[in-house]
Design a protein around this ligand. Sequence first.
Ligand SMILES: Cc1ncc(COP(=O)(O)O)c(C=O)c1O
Length: 291
Amino acid sequence: MSTVYLNGEYIPKEEARISPDDRGFLLADGIYEVTPFYDGVPFGMDRHMARLLRGLCWMRIDYDTSGLEAMHRRLIDENGLAGAPTSMVYLQITRGAAPRTHYFPEGPVEPTVYAYAKAWSRPSEERWNQGFTAATVPDRRWGRVDIKTICLLPNAMGFQDAREAGADDAILVRDGVALEGAHQNFWGVFGGTVVTHPTTNHILPGITREIVLELARGEGLPVAERPIYTEDLRHAEELFFTGTTGEVKPVVEVDGRAVGEGVVGPVTRQLAAAFQARVDATCRAAATVAG
Ligand SMILES: Cc1ncc(COP(=O)(O)O)c(C=O)c1O
């Protein structure tokens, strides 16, 4: 039975109750964050919490985030995930429960804070080495997708469309630009340069994206943050996604057309290895502090 966190309490998931007046339920008036853990060690926690705080401020939800890191660690421990190779904590904060109005509640309302922990697994090495397929779908999202709100209907519809087209993942396209995946950032390698969309209001500023950008620069690879046009996809040497739980995920086919040679490319492999090395170093550093 899993233990979840709800409004200050650690309780069995079966006992968690959320009001039907909750503005997250009625209006998608909330925000979420997913923080990965490797061998029970948080990875990129400060960055995830900073992104959450930025979103809360923008949404004008007044919530003190200072206890969240300890809450994450406790959920991992209480759910027996301290030894799990890969796990995560999902956290959602909504504006709270109040009679339904389109404007914000007039009186003070406590935000609803809910979190759970679970293990996730990587694709097998063999599966990863085959690479993944993607389909381009229209981006039907609003103009502030840099805020990680729980309003994910357009992402879900895009992903579903891609799956129905027989692809593993979706690439969201707006005005001819392949912006990002339904839950991952999108990258290409063009003429040896590693390219990903700049952090505008049209993509989510992924934490994995930020880390992979640092790693790519550290590896001495040429890097450019610029739009990737759909018409350029056919000239890409390599394509890949990045995201929490997806890590560095190679794309070898888009809309039925092979990317480059149709195999996982060397830059994707180099960045995946660098990412793994960063994870290993984070775990080693945590073990040194604990020991
Ligand atoms: C639309 C979108 N883009 C990118 C990402 C990747 O972000 P991160 O690397 O922080 O997981 C996500 C993650 O949920 C996402 O939903």
